[in-house]
Design a protein around this ligand. Structure first.
Ligand SMILES: [Zn+2]
Ligand SMILES: [Zn+2]
Length: 375
């Protein structure tokens, strides 16, 4: 069901011709397919011809203009530095079309995945290699134009990862949902020597939860228990390697279920991909001494903490947002070796971008929807 793209070729001064890009002009209004200037790479910049861009939930938040905050407060993306018109899309793969004269490590025609979580390069986070948590983020598709377009300009070739063994469509979402799951699982690592006595509980068997099960199985020996309300998703998690599955709709006392599975002690780690008022309390209460909660989900809400429990039981509470370039490199390696796979839904042409976003919003997408801007 793809429509033909029609690109007008125009000769303009310092850029070759225009390209088609889907822009958010105003929040909550349909994206507009416009002909925009095709960028010309200079220095270390690279122009990528986009093959596939994943449609992510954060694209919906951008389109809607923000997130629901506490007590009905709407946190506007424009207050956080997002400017419209903007071409969204941060899960980008494609082929190198053109390189600036400073680029040595890549050539025209190379297949690449883009690391989109760019920082300004100078803050403590950037200098620690965690530019995904930069104080002045420059993320592609959020703070600068992204992959809902035929071409995207990458500020430096060091943000590219070669894709020799992966298809574009399945590789794209590694850059966001895959990366988030990967980074969260890495934070769940056991102390060496105790791996086979280590328990990880994963809350939520959606795309991230299912990826987390695969990653945990691939890199750890820990016992994995996954919680969800949907039997179908839990069955998929079991297939991918989860040792225990718990349907939290059927079991009244989830905390007791987890304690029963861990000789009454509780779990060493919880990775909470939902992270709302209900799951956060359960996650806290099912921890073993020295336990760690890794909060990932953005469903919103708040929790009341039993403060003495944190010192008495030596708990750690932490959060995770996407991951580093190094994480993405490692994840692409795992995917290339067939250790993890992404679940795809269907593909859309650039002209169908609004349909893709509506379907995602209305829960009609299972796995990832992909836009193929050049088809
Ligand atoms: Zn995303
Ligand atoms: Zn920074």
């Amino acid at each position: 069901m793809k429509t033909e793209s029609s690109v007008k070729i125009i000769k303009l001064g310092d850029h070759d011709f225009d390209m088609k890009g889907a822009q958010i002009i105003k929040t909550n209004e349909p994206l507009v397919i416009n002909e925009v200037e095709k960028p010309k790479p200079e220095g270390n910049q690279v122009l990528v011809r986009v093959a596939a861009t994943g449609v992510c939930h954060s694209d919906l938040h951008l389109w809607e203009g923000g997130y629901a905050g506490p007590k009905g407060v709407f946190m506007k993306v424009e207050d956080r530095g997002v400017k419209f018109p903007l071409i969204p899309g941060h899960e980008i793969s494609g082929t190198i079309e053109e390189v600036g004269n400073g680029v040595r490590n890549f050539n025209v025609g190379d297949k690449v995945l883009v690391y989109p979580w760019l920082g300004e390069g100078k803050c403590p986070a950037c200098l620690s290699g965690e530019q995904n948590l930069c104080d002045n983020p420059r993320t592609l598709g959020i703070y600068q134009n992204g992959g809902y377009a035929q071409y995207v300009l990458i500020p430096d070739s060091k943000f590219l990862i070669r894709l020799d063994h992966l298809e574009f469509d399945s590789a794209s979402s590694l850059a966001c949902s895959g990366l988030t799951a990967y980074n969260a699982v890495k934070k769940a690592k056991s102390i060496p020597g105790l791996e086979d006595r280590h328990n990880i509980v994963i809350v939520g068997a959606g795309g991230l939860g299912l990826m987390a099960v695969q990653v945990a199985k691939a890199i750890f020996k820990s016992k994995i228990t996954i919680l969800d309300v949907n039997d179908q998703k839990l069955a998929e998690a079991r297939k991918l390697g989860a040792d225990n599955i718990i349907n939290t709709k059927e079991k009244q006392d989830v905390v007791k279920e987890v304690k029963d599975l861990t000789n009454g002690f509780g779990t060493d780690v919880v990775i909470d991909f939902v992270n709302n008022n209900v799951t956060s309390v359960n996650s806290f209460n099912m921890l073993r001494k020295r336990g760690k909660i890794i909060m990932v989900g953005l469903f919103g809400g708040s929790m009341e903490l039993n403060l003495p429990m944190i010192p008495l039981r030596g708990y750690t509470l932490t959060g995770t947002y996407t991951g580093t370039f190094q994480d993405l490199t490692e994840l692409v390696e795992l995917a290339s070796n067939g250790k993890v796979r992404t679940v795809l839904d269907r593909t859309f042409a650039l002209d169908q971008v609004n349909e893709a976003l509506h379907d995602l919003k209305n829960g009609k997408i299972i796995g990832r929807a992909i836009i193929n801007p050049n088809q």
